[in-house]
Design a protein around this ligand. Sequence first.
Ligand SMILES: [Zn+2]
Length: 171
Amino acid sequence: MIRVPKQKIVIYGDEVLRTQCTPVKEITAELREFIAEMFVVLKRVKGLGLSAPQVGRTERFFILDMSSVSLEHDRVVMINPEIVTTSGEQCGEEGCLSFPGLFLEVTRPSEVVCRYIDLDGQVRTVRAEGLFARAILHENDHLNGVLFIDHIEPAERELIAGKLKKIKVSA
Ligand SMILES: [Zn+2]
């Protein structure tokens, strides 16, 4: 049974989004329930990914729900993820649930190998490319307090300064 989610998505301006998150020590029943609730929140806002600090929790995990864009990877939970290698380059439009209405062209590696622990405590390694790679890198950044606006040129950042201010104020 899924209760009405209590989680709220943290909006840009909140310091929790700049926090270096700490490793998950144990996959508890409470954590599983928390993650199940994150999937409900993510589906409700039609997002692709959601990291722990975006719902106020400073531990190293994130979820992806690619079911709307890919048949191959639908729901993924990555706990204590580690980017093993990256290669290539891709440029594409990116958004973030913590920045409502803001979309930016962000350049990232086009391929990534990521090692993580799944909800059953199994160590897994995934090789991802394209949008899947982009989503992993974006969410993994959140665990280090890095946001997608950190990946654009200072000049472009100046251009969106007004928008960022508005997002902060609306939070
Ligand atoms: Zn984000």
